[in-house]
Design a protein around this ligand. Structure first.
Ligand SMILES: Cc1cc2nc3c(=O)[nH]c(=O)nc-3n(C[C@H](O)[C@H](O)[C@H](O)COP(=O)(O)OP(=O)(O)OC[C@H]3O[C@@H](n4cnc5c(N)ncnc54)[C@H](O)[C@@H]3O)c2cc1C
Ligand SMILES: NC(=O)c1ccc[n+]([C@@H]2O[C@H](COP(=O)([O-])OP(=O)(O)OC[C@H]3O[C@@H](n4cnc5c(N)ncnc54)[C@H](OP(=O)(O)O)[C@@H]3O)[C@@H](O)[C@H]2O)c1
Length: 448
């Protein structure tokens, strides 16, 4: 059986691994990615100061070393290759395209200068080619990060890390330079619900108490009325932050709860960029189903900040030819089987894994089991499909080359990897990323 997997993030790689481990069927797996570099958010999302998590790339590289695996980088589904092409060249297709768009706050002023989705800031500091030219103005002293998830925590932490802390990471060189010159002194992390409902995890929260050059600030009043919480959990950590003396002269990370931005206010004198946030205080309301929601009280305040990063979640944009669930903003599916959103009918031979299937929830490791489950469906459904005659395996490469696509193989990626690691060694970092697709292709040009 021949399978195309579109997207080389954790979900795509774990699906490839599950397929290649089968002993009952021989599967040839071609993994495509729109970037010349593999690993999705492991490279472009996971924070540069979280190197340990990135070591999962070694597991993926071991999958890539299997003889019937191929990586076809620099190929975009819906641009360079179509779903129709894939149907002709493969027995089955797995979409593993993640969630690359961001969710919006939907309030007045969103989108003005210096109000930037967290996804852009994250892509910028991680050297994602799409965001290498993003304008991130760090000349302001106060910044708001909206949201109480782990992405919001990542953003706040990177803004407050010292130069020395950042230098030893694989942060993109342009971001390192800009953050070295940063004037940011105070960051406000804004949760619309209370401390008990925060989505960030204790491991990530705890790190905020160990920053070289910044202290977390929690108003003890914000924790009044909260239960005891788990040992080592968010509440215990927040209480320890609230009780801690602040080190003089350090930067500050204010963790605020029960506030929602209702407008982003522009500064007419400073070119119309962000001058402040209008915040509304919230109270919590328990719904009959047990969920707890934030309700505005009408009480407003103004928070002076010069830069705002909404970090309120990701979503999938539609890909031409791929059935899209417009409401949930993911690929229409039932349990990983792609369906026509209008009729609910399964689209034979097409599957979806990872964030493209579920929306933006869950950690890297969780994709291993989830992708394997979808592979089990594929094998169960696949009987007979593999009998369909296909063009030779390399015919897709020829088709893409005819279209002017410069294919990047896993071997090519390893060459880029070596260059990045060697460049990084010069600054004592794990790697110094190449952030420009043309520059990557230029390095590979002699081989292509
Ligand atoms: C900022 C951030 C930090 C995170 N940090 C952690 C962490 O520290 N630890 C942890 O466990 N989890 C972390 N996560 C969660 C983790 O990254 C996700 O669970 C996981 O990456 C989702 O895997 P995926 O394969 O579905 O998508 P992705 O990793 O997003 O991979 C999708 C891939 O598809 C490719 N693609 C998209 N569209 C196309 C197309 N049209 N054609 C071809 N290719 C395409 C993309 O280039 C990408 O390589 C983080 C998430 C974010 C957003
Ligand atoms: N280090 C790590 O392990 C790490 C790092 C980054 C990401 N991740 C994972 O990646 C996934 C995505 O992370 P994420 O932070 O993007 O998503 P998330 O965990 O879903 O958090 C989103 C946050 O945004 C808030 N929010 C949503 N809409 C809002 C609005 N209109 N106004 C104000 N706040 C709003 C949510 O509040 P409500 O709860 O009230 O909806 C929530 O606090 C998570 O599973 C996360 O754990 C892990």
């Amino acid at each position: 059986m021949r399978v195309a997997i579109i997207g080389s993030g954790p979900a795509g790689f774990y699906a490839a691994e599950a397929l290649l481990r089968r002993t009952d069927v021989k599967v040839d797996v071609d993994v495509f990615d729109r970037l010349p570099t593999p690993y999705g958010l492991v490279r472009g999302g996971v924070a540069p100061d979280h190197q340990k998590i990135k070591s999962v790339a070694r597991v993926f590289a071991a999958t890539a070393a299997r003889p019937s695996f191929r990586f076809l980088g620099n190929v975009r589904l819906g641009g360079d290759v179509t779903v129709e092409d894939l149907r002709r060249h493969y027995h089955q297709i797995v979409y593993a395209t993640g969630n690359e768009a961001d969710r919006r706050l939907g309030i007045p002023g969103e989108g003005i200068e210096r109000c930037t989705p967290a996804s852009v800031f994250v892509g910028w500091y991680n050297g994602h080619p799409d965001y290498r030219r993003a304008r991130i103005d760090l000349s302001v002293r106060r910044v708001a990060v909206v949201g109480n998830g782990n992405v919001a925590v990542d953003v706040a932490r990177i803004l407050l890390r010292s130069r020395a802390e950042l230098e030893r990471t694989d942060i993109a060189a342009h971001a390192l330079e800009a953050l070295r010159e940063s004037r940011v002194e105070e960051v406000f992390l804004l949760g619309r619900r209370g401390p008990e409902q925060a989505a960030f995890t204790p491991g990530e929260l705890k790190e905020l108490g160990h920053l070289e050059d910044a202290d977390p600030v929690v108003d003890p009043a914000a924790l009044e009325g909260c239960g005891p919480g788990e040992p080592g959990g968010n509440l215990e950590l927040l209480r320890s932050f609230a009780a801690r003396p602040l080190r003089p002269g350090r930067k500050r990370l204010h963790l605020r709860f029960l506030v929602s931005p209702t407008a982003i206010l522009a500064d007419a004198d400073a070119g119309g960029g962000v001058a402040a946030l209008e915040l509304e205080r919230n109270r919590l309301e328990r719904r009959p189903d047990g969920s707890v929601v934030a309700r505005g009280t009408g009480e407003k305040e103004r928070l002076e900040v010069g830069l705002v990063f909404p970090a309120v979640g990701y979503a999938a944009d539609p890909i031409p030819g791929v059935p899209h669930d417009a409401k949930a903003r993911l690929i229409a599916n039932r349990d990983g089987r792609v369906v026509d959103p209008a009729t609910g009918q399964a689209v034979p031979g097409e599957y979806v894994v990872g964030w493209a299937r579920t929306g933006p929830q869950g950690l890297i490791g969780e994709h291993k089991r989830a992708s394997a489950q979808v592979v089990a469906h594929m094998i169960a459904d696949g009987t007979g499909l593999d009998a369909r005659a296909l063009p030779p395996r390399e015919a897709i490469d020829g088709l893409l080359r005819e279209r002017g696509v410069k294919l990047v193989s896993f071997q090519d990626w390893k060459q880029l990897d070596d260059v990045e690691v060697a460049r990084g060694a010069r600054r004592g970092a794990p790697r110094d990323k190449i952030v420009d697709v043309d520059a990557m292709l230029a390095i590979l040009a002699p081989a292509q």
